[in-house]
Design a protein around this ligand. Structure first.
Ligand SMILES: Cc1ncc(COP(=O)(O)O)c(C=O)c1O
Length: 397
C-alpha cells in the first residue's frame, strides 16, 4: 500500500455476462420470455450489455424506469413494485411501459384514473400473494403475510375491477413468490402450481389470460459455487410443462435478476489489518457491508479467495494468519459489518487482496453506501467486445 490508496473495487466481466445471458435465453422454450429485473444491478454498462439479449427490463420505481429509458427509448419495460406513487404511475404511462403489475384494488383504481386522464388504456397483470406451499428458498414474498400482491381472498374484487375499470385492460396474473430457489425440480413444481392455480382462476372468474408472469427467484448457490442451479435441466422440463399451458397464454414471462448478473461481478478489497480479539482472528478490509451488504442481509459467509500481494513496507510489521479460521470484517463502526465468518484460510496477510465472487447481483445495489462517509469503491467494467445495445439511439441518427 506504499503511498497508494488500498484496493477497493467492483469488477464486472461484461463478456461473461453477455455469454451467460445469451445461453440462458437461448434455452427457453417457445412462449417463454426473459426480462431482466434491474433491481439486481442497474449499472448502465450492465443494462447496455443486456438490452439486446433480453425481452426487456422489469423496473420497480420511477428511477429504474428512467435508467431503462436512458439505455433505450423503446425497450419493453414491465413496471412492478408494491407501493407506486401517482407520479410514478403517470411516468410509466408517459414513458410507454408495456405492462403494469398491480398489487391492490386501490392501485388498480389509481392506474385506471391516470390512464383515462392520459387517454390510454393500460395493460395490467394482477400480482397475487399465493397461498403456496412453495419450495424452500432464502426469501419468500408469498405463501405468508407480506406486503406483496393481492391476497387470494381479495381476488374476486380485484379481477372484477380489472375487467370493469375503463383505464385498464386485464391481461393476466403475476406470481413472483420467492428468491433464491436452487432446485430445478422445485422450480418446475412451482410453475406447475402456478399453471393449475391460474387455470382454476380463469374458470372461476370467467377471464382469459394472455400473459402469466412467473417472476424471478432462480437462485445462486453461494455456499457451493460449483453446484449452481441446473438451467439445462430446468428448461428441458419447462419445455414439457409449457406444452400443458392453455394455448391462449401467448406469453410466459420470467423476470430474473440474481441468476442473470450475480456471476459477472466480483468485489475486491485490500486487507488493512489482521488481529486476534477474544480468541477470534479478525481480518479488517478497506470496504465492507456499506459496499457489499448481501452477506449481512442474508446472514451468510460470502465465499472469497485470497490474492497474495508480496509488496509490503519494510519498516512495518506484517500481521498474518496461517491455517486458521478468520472472520472478515469491514471498516464500519458496527459488529454487524461482517462479510465472512469462521473461514479457514491457508495464509492471509495484511496487504493481501480478498476477492468476493458472485457479487454482481444485490451487491452495491442494496448497500448503505454513505454510512460513515468512506470513499466509494471503483466500479470497473471490462469488455473485449463493446456491448452497446443496438436499440440505443446514437448521436446524429
Ligand atoms: C417482483 C420481482 N420480480 C423479480 C425479482 C427478481 O428476483 P431474482 O433476483 O430473485 O430473480 C424480484 C426480486 O425481489 C421482485 O421483487
Amino acid at each position: 500500500m506504499n503511498g497508494r490508496e488500498p484496493v477497493c473495487r467492483y469488477v464486472y466481466d461484461l463478456d461473461a455476462l453477455a455469454g451467460h445471458v445469451a445461453k440462458v435465453v437461448a434455452a427457453l422454450p417457445e412462449r417463454c420470455r426473459m426480462f431482466y429485473a434491474m433491481k439486481a444491478n442497474s449499472a448502465q454498462p450492465v443494462l447496455r450489455t443486456l438490452a439486446p439479449l433480453v425481452a426487456g427490463f422489469e423496473v420497480a420505481s420511477g428511477g429504474e424506469l428512467a435508467k431503462a429509458r436512458a439505455v433505450s427509448a423503446d425497450i419493453p419495460v414491465l413496471f412492478g413494485g408494491p407501493a407506486k406513487t401517482p407520479s410514478e404511475i403517470a411516468q410509466a404511462l408517459r414513458q410507454g411501459v408495456t405492462r403494469l403489475h398491480v398489487e391492490s384494488v386501490l392501485e388498480l383504481h389509481r392506474v385506471s384514473a391516470a390512464a383515462t386522464r392520459a387517454g390510454q388504456v393500460a395493460d395490467v397483470l394482477l400480482r397475487v400473494n399465493l397461498a403456496g406451499p412453495f419450495p424452500p428458498a432464502t426469501l419468500a414474498m408469498a405463501g405468508k403475510p407480506t406486503q406483496f400482491g393481492i391476497d387470494e381472498s381479495e381476488l374476486p374484487k380485484a379481477v372484477r375491477a380489472a375487467v370493469e375499470l375503463p383505464g385498464v385492460r386485464f391481461t393476466g396474473f403475476h406470481l413472483h413468490s420467492l428468491s433464491n430457489n436452487l432446485s430445478a425440480e422445485a422450480h418446475l413444481d412451482l410453475l406447475e402450481l402456478y399453471r393449475s392455480t391460474v387455470v382454476r382462476w380463469e374458470a372461476q372468474f370467467g377471464v382469459h389470460c394472455e400473459v402469466v408472469n412467473v417472476g424471478g427467484g432462480i437462485g445462486v448457490n453461494y455456499a457451493d459455487l460449483a453446484a449452481q442451479f441446473d438451467w439445462a435441466r430446468f428448461t428441458t422440463g419447462l419445455e414439457q410443462l409449457v406444452r400443458t399451458f392453455p394455448a391462449h397464454w401467448r406469453e410466459v414471462d420470467f423476470e430474473c435478476g440474481r441468476f442473470l448478473v450475480a456471476a459477472c461481478g466480483s468485489y475486491l478489497t485490500e486487507v488493512l489489518d489482521v488481529k486476534r480479539n477474544h480468541g477470534v482472528h479478525y481480518v479488517l478490509v478497506r470496504g465492507g457491508t456499506h459496499h457489499f451488504r448481501l452477506p449481512a442481509s442474508w446472514q451468510h459467509s460470502h465465499p472469497f479467495s485470497v490474492r497474495a500481494v508480496d509488496e509490503w513496507p519494510a519498516d512495518l510489521p506484517r500481521p498474518y494468519v496461517r491455517s486458521e479460521p478468520v472472520t472478515v470484517v469491514g471498516e464500519l463502526c458496527t459488529p454487524k459489518d461482517v462479510l465472512a465468518r469462521d473461514v479457514v484460510v491457508e495464509r492471509l496477510r495484511a496487504g493481501d487482496v480478498l476477492e468476493f465472487p458472485y457479487a454482481g447481483a444485490y451487491g452495491w445495489e442494496i448497500s448503505h453506501h454513505d454510512f460513515l462517509s468512506h470513499p466509494h469503491p471503483d466500479h470497473i467494467f471490462h469488455a473485449r467486445v463493446p456491448h452497446s445495445s443496438s436499440r440505443v439511439p446514437r448521436p446524429g441518427t
